[in-house]
Design a protein around this ligand. Structure first.
Ligand SMILES: [Zn+2]
Length: 272
């Protein structure tokens, strides 16, 4: 497991080592969405983000471990757990939800109390199809609350996606890296755009993962970043496809081996 409490403890440790801890906003259930920063505040900035999808909570821990290892010159802004309510729901079930009405709503949408495959936030919106980038046109999009793929009532309707978008606008990163699970692949570009094409080449050679342009996706954070900023954003899927989400933590050593050099490589690229 890697809950919001585990993340808090790790962020405290990083703070003790000199990193700056901050809050980008609050989840729909009022949990802080925390981040951590180190490096230069001037020059190009990098943003790495994880756990926008609830069941992929292992990526929050991966982000923290990658942050610890980062030695690059560019400022590194890390938001490990964009969807804390969802991550808690997957790991702790309905006990993680205080409000009885909300518990009933989530139980009904989920069709039971096993939330291990839940992707959405606590309003049953899939945050990674809630961004204004051809919103609602994705292949798997759903127009009603669901454990996955619901686009929400309108773009950036959710406090989590809105917080991440506003924060991105504020720090104006040169590249973004979004960690997801599973599959050991990289997705890049959006709607025929591929800004700064060397970036995906670097990411693919460092990680050893094949890279594909996104097809049939819309409304994702990376989609929005590429479309509105005209800069390179990567979605990186970690972990073996055949491993259950709850067991992906065992693969952190190989995830680290594959991804450990990536942020430093992107920092060098940004500094050229
Ligand atoms: Zn995902």
């Amino acid at each position: 497991m890697y809950t919001v409490y585990d993340l808090d403890r790790d962020l405290e440790t990083l703070k003790g080592q000199g990193a700056k801890v901050f809050t980008v906003g609050y989840s729909e259930l009022g949990r802080p969405i925390k981040g951590v920063f180190k490096g230069a505040t001037y020059g190009p900035q990098l943003l790495v983000q994880g756990c926008i999808h609830a069941r992929e909570w292992v990526t929050a821990q991966l982000c923290v471990l990658l942050f610890e290892r980062y030695l690059g010159k560019c400022g590194l802004w890390c938001v490990p757990m964009v969807n804390p309510d969802g991550a808690m729901l997957v790991q702790k079930g309905l006990d993680s939800v205080e409000n009885a009405e909300r518990r009933d709503f989530l139980y009904g949408i989920n069709g039971g109390s096993d939330f291990s495959l839940w992707k959405a936030n606590a309003r049953a919106v899939d945050l990674n199809v809630n961004f204004p980038a051809l919103w609602g046109t994705g292949r798997n999009n759903v127009d009603h609350p669901a454990p996955a793929d619901y686009i929400g009532p309108y773009p950036l309707s959710e406090s989590e996606s809105r917080s991440l978008a506003q924060f991105t606008d504020k720090i104006n990163p040169i590249y973004t890296v979004s960690y997801h699970a599973r599959g050991r692949v990289i997705y890049y570009g959006f709607d025929g755009m591929n800004p700064d094409p060397d970036v995906v080449g670097i990411a693919s050679s460092v990680t050893g993962y094949p890279a594909y342009t996104s097809h049939g996706s819309a409304g994702g954070y990376k989609d929005w970043f590429v479309l509105t900023k005209g800069r390179a954003g990567l979605t990186i899927e970690v972990g073996s496809d055949s491993t259950p989400y709850g067991e992906l933590q065992k693969q952190l050593p190989s995830m680290l081996k594959e991804n450990g050099g990536l942020l430093d490589a992107l920092s060098r690229k940004a500094g050229e």
